[in-house]
Design a protein around this ligand. Structure first.
Ligand code: UDX
Length: 436
């Protein structure tokens, strides 16, 4: 492996994780990104991506001479394999925007080494690998689908210890070359055709979204029938066909992937002439979940789920789309906050990972306790674990209201009750929150 060079195109969240981990696995990796300032930072080991373990792997790769960065596409010329990690964001119409990929393919055609393999790690619609191969027009270069399944906050671990490595290739030799990128990685290698590999990525993310919309709907049902989502989800999860993960109710699913991928799959199905009611309902239920949280906060602040919030103050804990990341992209918390502000509320928010005001009209505070100041209601929107241990008695003193809407079931209702507050979780029977 010593003399082989692997190219990674794109130094974003997926590309940088891929480059650093491939270097860690023993490859010599050149990572190319068009952003000069990002490349300059990376050359100085400044990643600006808060992924656990990523900084040290970049430093390790640079120090060991196994990883280097460039803005020049030509730096990919010596690479036997090029891993394409370019952004494919959601376009206005909900489809995957392949503009960045389309832009680079013609240049790659003139740069890629003889018999190079292009592994497409970006999440792309079914048929894109074949489309890239056609546009590349290099019979000697195989284009292979190699989708990633990285979770934000766990990217390095998910790369080095994945549940599976997926390779969608027409040419078995090309599949072998991609499989050889992952020496010693303890995971089953699934070899299939490109279309199946591409669809499996969307299918996985859309399933996760559907599962969450289902559990959020179940949580609402629990509240109406006096059941408790905790044991309900626990009992479900004991079925080995269901499993316990990804059954926590919340303000809805967000981030840079699930919304984009679920929407893109609806488009793929529609284009294929297939009704996609289940997928559309998954998306609709997710919007409804945010509205449900807004109604809960309204009820906590003014006593009923509708009506103006003018003159009220709402304290918000958590803005990122999930704990353990600083990512605000398509965060349900931001949607809820915007709705509350639009309703006339003055919103004071704290998120340990968000230093700057992401939403006009939202007053950010460094001290989470201060979100309670004069608040008519408080709402937890991101499941940062440190929120459990806040000085709830002190916050009760500061607040006007005494209801905390816990949209992540991350708080302990007994602690809040002891502080004189009522904790309204999701899917929890009211009796459980009442005074014993
Ligand atoms: C997701 C997929 O998990 C990953 O495999 C894929 O490669 C990229 O998209 P990520 O976007 O990092 O990863 O977020 P994830 O951890 O999956 O959470 C997605 C959303 O679901 C978040 O808003 C999170 O808060 C929410 N969620 C997750 C819940 O509401 N309840 C849960 O039990 C789990």
């Amino acid at each position: 492996m010593a003399d082989r060079v692997v190219g990674v195109l794109g130094a974003g969240y997926v590309g940088l994780t891929t480059a650093a981990c491939l270097a860690h696995l023993g490859h010599r990796v050149v990572c190319v990104d068009s952003c000069g300032s990002k490349v300059a930072d990376l050359r100085r080991s400044r990643t600006l991506i808060g992924e656990p373990g990523l900084d040290s792997l970049v430093r390790e790769g640079l120090a060991g001479g196994r990883l280097w960065f460039s803005t020049d596409l030509g730096a990919l010329a010596p690479a036997g394999e090029i891993v394409l990690c370019l952004p494919t964001p959601m376009a206005e119409d909900g489809t995957a925007d392949l503009g960045t990929v389309d832009e680079v393919v013609p240049a790659l055609a003139g740069i890629a080494a003889d018999c190079a393999v292009l592994a497409v790690k970006s999440t792309v619609p079914v048929g894109t690998s074949a489309r890239i191969a056609r546009r590349l027009d290099r019979a000697d270069v195989a284009v292979v689908s190699n989708p990633e399944f990285l979770r934000e906050g766990h990217a390095v671990d998910d790369f080095l210890r994945p549940d599976r490595i997926v390779i969608g290739a027409v040419d078995p030799a090309a599949a072998d070359r991609v499989a050889a990128l992952y020496p010693g990685v303890p995971a089953p290698v699934v070899r299939t055709d490109p279309a199946s590999a591409e669809l499996a990525k969307y299918a996985s993310n859309a399933y996760l979204a559907m599962r969450l919309s289902y559990v959020n709907t179940l949580a609402e049902l629990c509240e109406r029938v006096g059941a408790d989502i905790g044991p309900v989800a626990g009992i479900m999860g004991l079925d080995s066909r269901i499993g316990t993960a990804f059954l926590e109710p919340g303000p809805g699913w967000g981030g840079s992937c699930l919304p984009k991928d679920t929407s893109a799959l609806v488009h793929t199905a529609t284009t294929a002439g297939l009704r996609s009611d289940l997928l559309r309902a998954t998306i609709t239920a997710n919007v409804e979940q945010r509205n449900r949280i807004v109604r809960k906060v309204r009820t906590a602040a003014i006593g009923h789920p509708a009506g103006s919030l003018a003159g009220t103050r709402i304290g918000v804990l958590g803005l990122t789309f999930k704990a353990g990341t600083d990512d605000l992209r398509d965060s349900p918390a931001l949607a809820v906050v915007a709705e509350l502000a639009d309703g006339g509320a003055t919103v004071t928010a704290h998120d340990p990972a968000v230093p700057d005001p992401p939403v006009p009209g939202v007053h950010l505070v460094d001290d989470p306790v201060l979100v309670a100041k004069d608040a008519n209601a408080i709402v937890v929107l991101t499941e940062w674990p440190q929120f459990r241990a806040l000085d709830w008695a002190g916050m009760a003193e500061l607040a006007h209201g005494d209801v905390v809407v816990d949209a992540r079931n991350v708080l302990d209702p007994d602690d809040l009750r002891a502080a004189g507050l009522t904790c309204r979780g999701l899917g929890r029977p009211v009796a459980r929150e009442a005074v014993p």
